[in-house]
Design a protein around this ligand. Structure first.
Ligand SMILES: [Zn+2]
Length: 145
């Protein structure tokens, strides 16, 4: 693998993980996302106790999407058009041009981070840890290999 983790692999894996959690947990909201050299952090806000989730199953769910070799598109749209397609909750009002990252036929969300061109570039996805970090707040730590 020639790409470094910071060139979009972790970031794209994060979108997949977030989407799968959102599809399982009705009230899940994405909180803080952070990326280091070799790992990523995704915080989810929900009233559901995520510690009851089966992490192996979640990891397999992400891996399944990675193996589908889905193209990843980045599209910039005016805010009023973008808001019809994606949730702009985390995008400040002054941002008028929205960059949407679309994992074809799977997920769309606004994001300005770098992402890979195809999910097959992500590599092996591993969840390292999940902990409760506050009231209704859970933190996943993951990496790609
Ligand atoms: Zn992103």
């Amino acid at each position: 693998m020639d790409m470094k983790p910071n060139e979009g692999r972790l970031q794209t894996a994060e979108h997949i993980l977030a989407k799968i959690i959102e599809s399982k947990i009705n009230d899940a909201l994405v909180g803080v996302c952070k990326f280091k050299e070799d790992s990523g952090i995704l915080e989810i806000i929900t009233q559901t106790d995520l510690r009851e989730l089966n992490l192996n199953e979640l990891q397999d769910g992400v891996s399944k999407i990675i193996r589908k070799e889905l193209p990843v598109h980045k599209i910039v749209k005016p805010r009023d058009e973008a808001e019809k397609e994606v949730n702009l909750r985390k995008v400040p009002d002054f941002v008028k041009e929205i960059r949407i990252v679309e994992i074809e036929s799977f997920d769309k969300r606004p994001c300005i981070d770098p992402h890979v061109e195809n999910t097959n570039q992500i590599g092996k996805f591993v969840i390292l840890n999940l902990e409760r970090v506050g009231n209704n707040r859970y933190r996943f730590i993951f990496r790609v290999e």
